[in-house]
Write a protein that binds this ligand. Structure first.
Ligand code: KG4
Ligand code: ZN
Length: 411
C-alpha cells in the first residue's frame, strides 16, 4: 500500500510517500518521495525552536511541499478537464459541504484555505491508500498545523487517516534498511530494546512486539539532544548543537588520543540500580569547566579552539559511556535479541560506531537508521503509520474531529 505521511512536530516540515508491504512480520518499505524543509536558519538566532514561528513556517511550507512530494512520486497530475472540474467543484453541493468542512478544519490556518482549495480543484486525487500524520509528542502549535492539513486532505480525497506517535516513528526508522531481497533478512527478532535519543527524549523501551511497548528507563532531567544543544551554547556554538559538537569532537580525536583528558566530566547515574539517565549534571559540569577556564589568571589564552574541541570530545565520551553502559545492562537483563536505535542524536557518528560494535560483542542485531532518517522526517511517520494501519488504528476521513495535537503523547 502507498502512504502519504506528514510530520510537523518541531522545526522540520516533512512530507513523504512510501510503499509498504510484508505485514508486521516481514515489513518492507520503499521511499517514493521524501521531502524535508528545515527551519534551522530561522530558529538559529533564538538559540532554539520558537513554537509560534515554527507554526508559521509549517503553514507556509506544507502545501508547496505536498506538491513537490507528489511530483517526485509521479503522482501529481493536473486535471485535464480542469475548467469543468472547477465549475463542478463550485456548483456541486457535495463539494460545497466539503469546502465548508475544510474551512472549519483549517480555521486556525486560514492562510492555507484558498491555496489548498485551488490545489484540490486543479489536481487529480493521488493514488495513495492512506494519510498518516504525527499527533505528538512535540510542540502543539506545530503539531496542529500538520494534523489539520492531514484532516483536510483526508476529507477532500476520501482517504483513511492514521494518527502517529512521533517516537514510534523514530523507533521504526531503521526498518527502512531491511530488504526482503537480502538473504540476511529475517525481520526483527523480539524481544527488542529501543534506545530513543532525540532533542526531547532519552528512553529505553522494551519492545515485546510491534506496538507492544514498555518504558523501562528514561532521563530524569535533560534529554541527550537537549544536553548537546545546551553545551554547544555554552561553548558559543550555533544551534542545533549536536552536529557542531560531534564535528569538533571528531577533529579532536583525529589529532589526539589522550589516555586522560585535561577536563574530566562525570558519567552521571552510571551505577544506579535502574535504567534511568541524567544529563543535567553533566551539562552543569561543562558550565563550571568553561567558567574555570575563562577565570583562571594563569591561562592567558582563555578558551582556545583546541580546548573547545577537547571539551566536546570529553562530553561526547561521557554521553556515549553512559548510554552504552545502561543499554548493555538492559540488553543483558531482558534477553534482548535486537537493539533498535532512533532519534536525532543517532545521527552522531561516534554513537553509531560504538553501538554497532555491540553486534559482535553481545551477539545481537543492532539496527541504526541512516543519518538522514535519524533526525525528524516523514518517512518514519509513514512506516509507523503502516503498522497502525495493520492494527486498525485508522479513522474514516469524516471522523477525525476528535484527534487533537498531544504535546506529551507517550508511547
Ligand atoms: O529527533 P530530532 O530530529 O528531533 C526531536 O524529535 O527532538 O532530534 C534533534 C536533536 C537535537 O538536539 C540535535 O542537536 C541532535 O538531535 N542531533 C545530534 C546530531 N544531529 C542531531 N546530536 C548529536 N550528534 C549529531 N550528529
Ligand atoms: Zn524527533
Amino acid at each position: 500500500m502507498k502512504i502519504l505521511a506528514i510530520e510537523t512536530s518541531c522545526d522540520e516540515t516533512a512530507i513523504s510517500i512510501i510503499e509498504a508491504k510484508g505485514g508486521l512480520k516481514k515489513p518492507q518499505f520503499k521511499i517514493l518521495a521524501d521531502t524535508v524543509i528545515s527551519q534551522i536558519n530561522i530558529h538559529k538566532e533564538y538559540g532554539g525552536v520558537f513554537p509560534a514561528l515554527a507554526k508559521r513556517e509549517h503553514v507556509k511550507n506544507l502545501l508547496p511541499i505536498l506538491g513537490e512530494t507528489l511530483k517526485k512520486a509521479k503522482m501529481l497530475s493536473f486535471e485535464k478537464n480542469h475548467k469543468t472540474q472547477i465549475t463542478n467543484y463550485k456548483q456541486n453541493t457535495k463539494y460545497k459541504t466539503q469546502i465548508t468542512k475544510i474551512k472549519k478544519i483549517l480555521e486556525r490556518e486560514v492562510e492555507m484555505v484558498e491555496p489548498l482549495l485551488d490545489f484540490l480543484k486543479n489536481n487529480k486525487i493521488p493514488k495513495i491508500d492512506a494519510i498518516a500524520v504525527t499527533q505528538g509528542p512535540g510542540l502543539e502549535p506545530a503539531l496542529w498545523t500538520g494534523i489539520n492539513f492531514a484532516k483536510a486532505l483526508a476529507l477532500a480525497w476520501d482517504k483513511p487517516f492514521i494518527p502517529v506517535n512521533h517516537m514510534e516513528g523514530h523507533l521504526v526508522a531503521s526498518l527502512l534498511k531491511l530488504k526482503v531481497t537480502s538473504s540476511k533478512y529475517k525481520g526483527v527478532e523480539f524481544p527488542a530494546l529501543g534506545l530513543l535519543i532525540s532533542g526531547g527524549h532519552t528512553e529505553l523501551i522494551m519492545v515485546k512486539d510491534w506496538m507492544d511497548y514498555k518504558l523501562i528507563g528514561q532521563t530524569r532531567d535533560d534529554a541527550v539532544g537537549e544536553a548537546y544543544d545546551k553545551v554547544a551554547r555554552m561553548l558559543g556554538l550555533p544551534y542545533p548543537g549536536g552536529p557542531e559538537i560531534s564535528k569538533l569532537s571528531e577533529e579532536f580525536s583525529k589529532n589526539y588520543s589522550l589516555p586522560t583528558t585535561h577536563y574530566p566530566l562525570p558519567r552521571p547515574m552510571l551505577h544506579t540500580n535502574d535504567f534511568d539517565f541524567s544529563f543535567s549534571g553533566l551539562k552543569t559540569a561543562v558550565l563550571y569547566t568553561v567558567k574555570n577556564i575563562k577565570n583562571h589568571a594563569y591561562r592567558q589564552a582563555g578558551m582556545t579552539p583546541e580546548i573547545k574541541k577537547e571539551i566536546c570530545a570529553e562530553f561526547e565520551n561521557a554521553v556515549v559511556d553512559v548510554l552504552l553502559f545502561k543499554t548493555k545492562k538492559a540488553v543483558a537483563k531482558n534477553n534482548i535479541k535486537t537493539l533498535i536505535l532512533g532519534g536525532g542524536v543517532t545521527a552522531n557518528k561516534k554513537i553509531r560506531k560504538e553501538f554497532k560494535k555491540l553486534e559482535k560483542e553481545l551477539g545481537i542485531d543492532v539496527l541504526v537508521p541512516d543519518a538522514k532518517h535519524s533526525t525528524d522526517n516523514a518517512v518514519m511517520i509513514g512506516i509507523a503509520g503502516y503498522f497502525r494501519y495493520l492494527d486498525n488504528k485508522v479513522l474514516l476521513p469524516n471522523k477525525t474531529a476528535k484527534i487533537r495535537a498531544e504535546g506529551n503523547l507517550a508511547l
